[in-house]
Ligand binder design. Structure first.
Ligand code: S3P
Length: 164
């Protein structure tokens, strides 16, 4: 289970990791959109963040309970900050906290503008605040990998070392 801030590279790292481990990759945000038949910005706009968090918890509970072999799952940036969702992840999976400096997060989130939480103000300020608020939640993950700006190869090596 890859946890950490938006823009840190959970999906890109997750896909490549799954390829190396010869197992499926699942993006929890995609699963939420599939179940809701709506995009994440639409869910936030129509029902609000609390509703989204509830759906996120249910989708992750389903993913964690499906009896399958190994899988790499990328979670949305807020998932691990919800106590119930975090408990599910910690109980059933290996949580890896991917972490980056703010410049990297700003850079990477600027490439994709589908994150409703970043639309409410200056992305750098929002990312800085969220990262400060969330760090103590992410720190519950047993494995902490710092991902530098640039190619993900080094990050992937560190994740593989962490989980082996
Ligand atoms: C969120 C991160 C997003 C998505 C939603 C909320 C967050 O996922 O779940 O926009 O609260 O940090 P990514 O981390 O994959 O961008």
């Amino acid at each position: 289970m890859l946890v950490g801030m938006m823009g840190v590279g959970k999906s890109s790292v997750g896909k490549r990791l799954a390829g190396l481990l010869h197992c499926p990759f699942v993006d929890a945000d995609d699963e939420i959109e599939r179940s809701a038949q709506m995009t994440i910005p639409e869910i936030f706009a129509q029902y609000g963040e609390d509703y989204f968090r509830d759906g996120e918890r249910r989708v992750i509970a389903r993913l964690m309970s499906e009896a399958q072999g190994n899988r790499v799952i990328a979670t949305g940036g807020g998932a691990f900050c919800n106590a119930e969702t975090r408990a599910l992840i910690l109980e059933k999976g290996i949580a890896v906290w991917l972490d980056s400096d703010i410049d990297t997060l700003v850079d990477r989130t600027a490439r994709k503008s589908n994150r409703p939480l970043l639309r409410t103000g200056d992305p750098r300020e929002i990312l800085t605040r969220l990262r400060d608020e969330r760090a103590h939640h992410y720190a519950h993950a047993p494995i902490h990998v710092v991902s530098a700006n640039g190619p993900h190869a080094h990050t992937i090596t560190k994740v593989l070392q962490g989980i082996s």
